[in-house]
Design a binder for this molecule. Structure first.
Ligand SMILES: N[C@@H](CCC(=O)N[C@@H](CS)C(=O)NCC(=O)O)C(=O)O
Length: 206
């Protein structure tokens, strides 16, 4: 069985829970307090979760873990292997979401924690970040049910946990990062996006 190290309310961990659930894989969860990661460091040499342990292998970084899960248990595929165009779209989306979309909220988390929430820099980042939210609504304009149409892909698995927490009421989670998502994203103003968030809530999670 897979063993996965987690902390409460971690969107990156939730990606692994959703992917494993879709693939029918069971997980032994090892939950750590946010403030105490020495056991995670001991296992993986770094402090971020998720960390997967499986048959002597240790795998970090949720996008790497998702690709590894796709090899371990190919059905249903998160990166389609029978449609090159869709696969390329999924690759682009996953890289954009992880490498670009996450940038402003990470920077805003640091600014808010430093008491600079009202600074020009924070306001500019928030405006840039909020302007991206309608893009998800646009992707779903084909009627769904998933971001790239009829097939659930890694794009849905990568984005859903973050946009789900962004849709929760402001202040409902203990972390500043999620407060940024909830206050800045404007997810609740996007009806197709909200319907997609609720639709994926029904899918199995490990
Ligand atoms: N690129 C990593 C990022 C992992 C990450 O940032 N995990 C968060 C939880 S969602 C964490 O451990 N944060 C604790 C910290 O920043 O100290 C991934 O996708 O797995």
């Amino acid at each position: 069985m897979l063993r996965v190290h987690s902390i409460p309310f971690s969107a990156n961990v939730d990606r692994v829970a959703l992917a494993a659930g879709l693939k029918g894989l069971q997980i032994e969860w090892i939950e750590h307090p946010y403030e105490e990661r020495s056991a995670v460091v001991a296992v993986s040499g770094q402090s971020l979760v998720p960390v997967v342990e499986y048959e002597g292998a240790v795998i970090c970084d949720s996008p790497v873990i998702l690709r590894w899960l796709d090899d371990l248990a190919p059905e249903p595929r998160l990166w389609p292997d029978d449609d090159d165009v869709l696969r390329a779209r999924v690759d682009v989306f996953v890289e954009w979401f992880n490498g670009v979309w996450k940038g402003p909220p990470n920077a805003l988390e640091a600014l808010w924690q430093a008491g600079k929430k009202e600074s020009d820099e924070a306001r500019a980042l928030a405006a840039q970040f909020a302007a991206w939210t309608p893009w998800f609504e646009g992707l779903l304009a084909h009627g769904g049910p998933y971001l790239f149409g009829e097939r659930l892909t890694a794009a849905d698995v990568v984005a859903w946990p973050f946009l789900r927490y962004a849709s929760w009421p402001e202040g409902s989670l203990p972390y500043v990062f999620e407060h940024v998502l909830q206050e800045v994203c404007g997810v609740r103003e996007q009806p197709r996006l909200m319907a997609w968030i609720e639709r994926l809530e029904e899918l199995p999670r490990a």
